[in-house]
Design a protein around this ligand. Structure first.
Ligand code: TRP
Length: 326
């Protein structure tokens, strides 16, 4: 079986952008690949170094979000990033061959820095794609299922691995990415991206009522100031959600909007009901794991131990090839 590694920063609950961009795909692929899900607590420190308690609690929350989404702990390996020495070591080795220029031109880094309001970047933040390369390669993952924003990172990973293998004669796998069908979900406010730091997200942990309330307040076609005038689904945030979560009905919704036979209130109600029916089983599983945190802890601990067996073996071989072993 080919190996997948993907993961999330542990900075709080995951939102629907994560769900459509990544989680749903992880669930779909778990039978056909050996999957590693990284709880990226070191990467979380790149933006939240002043709040380590939040990161600690979020390790559980992110694991629970993944389990609730439908990942089977019997099939999937959960890995706590900070507990894998091979990742830290590889990060240092890779940092010798990646250039500052490569990092500072990364469009995702630029966008994130802007969203966080950073005037100056820390070494760790600028360099997190290097550490992410180590995440992916410590276990020689073949495939990384991701959302669109992560593509520049995987492309950089491939360059780093190629150069590293050329230099040292190692055989580290050059990872490929796999984009999900819906690779980006806009925020409730119409911003191109849903994001925790943007305050425009629906969370997997939101209740039925909270979800319905958020959808009710979401931005639609701003030119549609009355029910009587036709709307334009192409510029409507709520319509993009219909496409992501209500694909069976979305063509119908589109034509009803265009000929003004449905108003935004009814359209949003339809969407919220559909979304709640999708997320109800996820809420149920979340409830179970919230009540069984010890089980979640065991899943993370045993997964991390398994990952370390692989990582320790691989890093020993890499160091041998690099001639750093005396
Ligand atoms: N950067 C990813 C995100 O922000 C999280 C992540 C960390 C990741 N390490 C990874 C994703 C390795 C894929 C592979 O969502």
């Amino acid at each position: 079986m080919k190996r997948i590694l993907t993961g999330d920063r542990t900075t709080g609950h995951l939102h629907l952008g994560h769900y459509v961009g990544s989680l749903s795909q992880r669930v779909a692929l778990q039978d056909d690949y050996e999957e590693f899900i990284l709880l990226a607590d070191v990467q979380a420190l790149t933006t939240h170094f002043n709040n380590p308690e939040l990161i600690n609690d979020s390790i559980y929350q992110v694991a629970i979000d993944n389990l609730a989404a439908g990942l089977d702990p019997e099939k999937v390996t959960f890995v706590q990033q900070s507990m894998i020495p091979a990742i830290a070591e590889l990060t240092i080795f890779y940092s010798m061959i990646v250039t500052v220029n490569q990092l500072s031109h990364n469009p995702t880094i630029k966008t994130e820095a802007k969203n966080y309001g950073y005037k100056e970047l820390t070494y760790g933040f600028l360099g997190y794609p290097v550490s992410q390369t180590a995440d992916i390669t410590f276990c020689n993952a073949d495939l990384v299922p991701v959302g669109e924003d992560q593509i520049p990172h995987i492309e950089l990973s491939r360059k780093i691995v190629r150069k590293f293998n050329d230099l040292y004669g190692t055989t580290i796998t050059e990872p490929e990415y796999k984009l999900s069908a819906v690779s980006r979900l806009p925020g409730l406010d119409g911003n191109a991206k849903m994001g925790k730091s943007l305050g425009n997200a629906v969370y997997l942990s939101d209740s039925q009522e909270v979800l319905a309330g958020k959808i009710r307040n979401a931005v639609t076609d701003t030119n549609r100031i009355s029910v009587k005038i036709p709307g334009n689904p192409d510029v409507c945030t709520v319509y993009t959600y219909h496409k992501a979560f209500n694909s069976e009905e979305c063509d119908n919704v589109s034509s009803m909007c265009r000929n003004a036979s449905i108003g935004c209130v009814a359209c949003k109600k339809l969407l919220a009901e559909k979304m709640n029916s999708i997320f109800d089983p996820i809420r149920e599983r979340r409830h179970y794991y919230e009540e069984h945190k010890d089980e979640v802890r065991d899943i993370i601990k045993s997964g991390t131990a398994k990952a370390n067996e692989i990582g320790n073996r691989n890093i020993a071989e890499i160091k041998e090839k690099m001639h750093v072993v005396i």
